[in-house]
Design a protein around this ligand. Sequence first.
Ligand code: SUG
Length: 416
Amino acid sequence: MALKEINFDGIVGPSHNYAGLSLGNIASASHKGDPSYPRAAALQGVAKMRGNLARLGVQGFLLPLPRPNALLENVLSFDGSEAAALRAAPWSASSMWTANAATVSPAPDTSDGKCHLTPANLVTMLHRAQEWPDTKRQLDVAFGNSDHFTVHGPVPPTFGDEGAANHGRFCEGHGAPGVELFVYGKTGGKFPARQHEQASRLVARAHGLDPEKCVFIEQNPAAIEAGAFHNDVVSVVNERVLFTHEEAFANRDGAYEAIRAKFPALEVVEVPSSAVSMAEAIRTYLFNAQLLTLPGGSMALIVPEECRESASVWKYCEEMMASNGPIREVIPVDVRQSMANGGGPACLRLRVACDPAHVDPRFLLDEAKADLLERVIGETWPEQIDPSDLGNEALASDIVAARTALLTALGLEELN
Ligand code: SUG
């Protein structure tokens, strides 16, 4: 079977909450202290997956990681004197944003013809830095077929790596060889630049990519300072198309030239600041969209509902749909629970171009499994969490039981 692009969405975990842990992520900061709705959040995610399964015929998922994370709680030696943000970190459901789970280079791009995955170390933020050991454990199972996949260890700390959120792949078709784009930050002004250039370069080397087929580009520091803590908040790549905000890169013309030098078929769909300001792009997450090639060959952009509610963004989208450009459909989805923590449709998925037959089938969705996910989530996921509940023992055991119920239903007890 030919390679296909499979979107592996993170199932929103039962501890989903708004503790405001992410400096530089405006949605996370502005929803700090709000009640969260884990059950509704996870069901929104499943509905998004169902839509894409119907559109593409294939869809994968990754499971929530163990929370609260007892290992981290032990390391942090809580005695009651700690700050609330520190107490919240082991409860974070941030692994739902699987665009940050790993960087993936599909088989046609690598020197040994295998698909390579490197889990992101996420070292910039404590609540995210705890993810990689359990993420790796899960990738080792889902992509355990070593004839076709290699799962690496993470980039060593110091060099922050945030995974596929700062990575894109230009190609003529998902099964064809590609040119891989790595976007790093040098400075983000008052906010941290999370992706280190050396992390990106190390991943490219570890994956056996041809240096002639890699492009390394700096993110615009002003974009980071405006709240684009990952590059996928301001641009997205699919096949030959780069859909991007005018101010995404430090050197706009230089960036397009560098890509075009290695991938001459590049088609840039650039949204000017005069049509959609950087602030509005970040508020609505227009670019944190899934840009999909539909079976007929045309492209659809799966955007958050927030885009339809913004006069300037929706006007742009309507004009784009009416134009002769490559993106012919814009489809809003409701992922508001994730959006309130700074995670749009693209944050919630990790793209892996591979033969679905080589993936552990327990991680692949069909309609019956979507029904199963909905049933388990509906029966076991907490309905509401207030940040002041974090630390509560009864809630902790409900969260553990909910995740265990899901693993059991899917036959994935080995991840317990
Ligand atoms: O790392 N939010 C995540 C959002 C990640 C979005 N991913 C992509 N852009 N690909 C982050 O900032 C909020 C957690 C909190 O505040 O509790 C958080 O971690």
